[in-house]
Design a binder for this molecule. Sequence first.
Ligand code: SF4
Length: 296
Amino acid sequence: MDYIGHLFRPPSEADSLLLQVTVGCSHNGCTYCGMYRDPEQRFRLKPLEVVARDIEEAAAYDRDVEPIRRVFLCDGDALVLPTRRLLDILGLLRERLPHARRVGIYGDARTILRKDDGELAALREAGLGIVYHGAESGDDEVLRRVDKGSTAADAALAAAALRRAGIRHSVMVMLGIGGRERSREHAEATARLLTAMDPPFVGALTTTLVPGTPLFTEAEAGRFTLPDPWGMLAELRELIAGSTLTRCRFHANHASNYVPLSLNLPADRDVGLARLDALLRERDRSRLKPEHWRGL
Ligand code: SF4
């Protein structure tokens, strides 16, 4: 496979074929993100013939080794590809990987909203099954500070557009991204945003300072301070208590999190809150994942 730089994918795409259709991220501006800062990952579309060659290689594997059931299109915000190019790639996948049941992709509010309803419906029809979207916060001040490039209102509109198209939506939010200073505003606004988006999947990650990023530099200079683990858990509690979700698989079991939590909301709401309340009451560090076990 023609892989350039390190490839990232959501945890739930661990068993998927990773097909790199773009390199890097077209925005590449979020202050906390260190994923595509290497010069070789400068943003560009990969030529269709290179992608087609990778699909042929995967087709041989599918035929001779084991069936490929899922495909994830990389890199950062691959949904930024022109719809025509995405339809060409989805067409090749359907033709050459007959066992593939689902295709996933990263997209952010800007790239989702750049496509109209007809384009999103065509992508769904061609096999695009799920978009992973880092909304991060519902607080516009936090989004501005981290240079997210979109607002909470954009994220809500993006969720509605995907729902109309019948594309599943997995939303990531970041505990601690507002720092200690805006922790409460961030948590409350993010709970409101989740209610407005009402997605079928939510993943809550814990912000980790990555060397080489502007946020890391801000923290070094004392201008940004992460909440402590209890502050992170209090934010998580607010996301669950303050949001109203119709039918959502809510994960807070990312490697970065202090406590793994997986809930079906709203059914498991009280169980989840009781667990977090007990942790927040007891404040026993031995019940949290040790810092050196936490990953990005
Ligand atoms: S949009 Fe995603 S990949 Fe791009 S800079 Fe922001 S967090 Fe990183």
